[in-house]
Ligand binder design. Structure first.
Ligand SMILES: Cc1cc2nc3c(=O)[nH]c(=O)nc-3n(C[C@H](O)[C@H](O)[C@H](O)COP(=O)(O)OP(=O)(O)OC[C@H]3O[C@@H](n4cnc5c(N)ncnc54)[C@H](O)[C@@H]3O)c2cc1C
Length: 367
């Protein structure tokens, strides 16, 4: 195998998008993934900054970053499909957030720069299978969705076509860094590999590989299920107070998702999934007849302040973090990867990621 300029540890949406963007710029990359569970495999694939409280809780910088990433997806989706030959199910039909009763309608708000308020009849025109109890909705016309499993497959193929190397059977157990440019990763097999830079994109598991205080990155488990797409199903992504529904072109409707703080298990709970499905059926009563086809759980990589960690490790700039994308890693993958590719090319972190520096956690104690 050729020696890589950059080793990327972790082959989820973030690591693979970084790898593809670097490989397209002629950088020799090696992706190392343990083959373990990836949040990306569990994600619903909404590219939807408009109704994500978690993005706005992370401050203006994160709101702007997520908008920039949504714009990048518009260019990247066709380019990735072309480069890989894989249809990633990119769907620009917008995202509808509905109020199903008077109480929801009374507290219902969204940013009118990006969303249009629709009254009941307009909502039912867009989504005829919605419950007739719907009061109103906000419609984010430019929000979108992809199929994250297909995105991952497409990225692997596109990377291979750029002569990038991907190892999906190797766990990294330690990282040594030597100042700004060189580093070495050790694999569980005992093998050790060197590169000019190392990007850490291991999702919710950092396993001592990052020089971050305990508690800076932690898992928030999410459970979801899929039902078969029947005639009275949503046409586009629909969000309600209790669930979201994402219709995919392969015939699945993904219904998500629970949130369990610091739960590292990957089992699913019958009662919680029943509640999720019930919330979806309140919005789309016809779904009562739809057979469940799959259920799963994944670990969202959360951070103590809700914003991702993107940029060099403060004491070892040859190690670059791409961590903590929490509920929106699929949405944020293009902007994060572009920022990291620029950082590696120029040696400087751009202003768009200044707010996401790891330095903000240096004062954080164990929690
Ligand atoms: C139920 C659910 C629904 C979601 N819906 C959405 C959504 O609609 N839109 C959205 O944008 N986001 C969504 N998310 C969030 C999104 O899934 C994550 O933010 C994103 O996938 C994080 O990507 P990542 O590459 O950082 O991590 P991951 O996808 O977890 O990838 C990390 C990879 O690193 C590997 N790894 C870990 N440790 C090592 C090691 N030591 N050595 C080698 N490899 C290692 C893992 O096996 C894994 O393959 C959802 C998440 C969940 C759970």
């Amino acid at each position: 195998m050729r020696k890589a300029d950059v080793i990327i540890v972790g082959g989820g949406a973030i690591g693979l998008m970084c790898a593809w963007m670097l490989a397209r710029r002629g950088v020799r990359i090696l992706v190392i993934d343990s083959g373990g569970p990836a949040a990306t495999h569990a994600a619903a694939g909404m590219l939807s900054p408009s109704f994500e409280r978690s993005l706005h809780g992370g401050g203006d910088a994160l709101g702007e970053f997520s908008r920039a990433s949504l714009s990048l997806w518009r260019e990247i989706a066709p380019a990735l499909e072309e480069a890989s030959g894989v249809d990633i199910d990119y769907d620009e039909s917008g995202v509808l957030c509905v109020a199903l009763d008077d109480l929801e309608a009374s507290v219902f708000d969204a940013d009118s720069r990006y969303c249009d308020r629709l009254e009941r009849n307009e909502v039912l025109e867009l989504e005829p299978a919605l419950s007739s109890s719907v009061r109103c909705a906000w419609f984010a016309r430019t929000d979108a969705q992809v199929d994250p499993r297909r995105v991952r497959e497409a990225l692997k193929r596109a990377i291979a076509r750029e002569s990038g190397a991907v190892k999906f059977d190797s766990r990294v157990v330690s990282i040594e860094t030597h100042g700004a440019r060189a580093g070495r990763v050790r694999l569980a097999s005992g093998e050790s590999l060197e590169a000019g830079r190392i990007v850490l994109a291991t999702g919710a598991r950092i396993d001592g590989l990052a020089e971050l205080p305990a508690g800076a990155v932690f898992p928030v488990k999410g459970e979801a299920l899929a039902v078969e797409r029947i005639a009275s199903a949503p046409r586009r992504v629909v969000r309600t107070g209790g669930a979201y529904l994402c219709p995919k072109s392969d015939g699945r409707i993904i219904i998500g998702a629970t949130e369990l703080n610091r739960d590292r298990s990957l089992n699913t709970d019958d009662r919680r999934l029943r509640e999720l499905r019930a919330a979806a059926e309140i919005a789309f009563p016809g779904l009562e007849d739809a057979a469940e086809t799959e259920r799963w759980a994944g670990l969202r990589p959360a951070t103590a302040d809700g914003a991702p960690i993107i940029g060099p490790a403060p004491s070892a700039p040859g190690l670059i973090y791409a961590l903590g994308h929490y509920r929106n890693g699929v949405l944020l993958a293009p902007a994060s990867a572009a920022a990291i590719a620029d950082l590696i090319a120029s040696g400087r972190a751009g202003p768009e990621i200044a707010a996401f520096s790891a330095a903000r956690f240096t004062e954080l104690g164990d929690s």
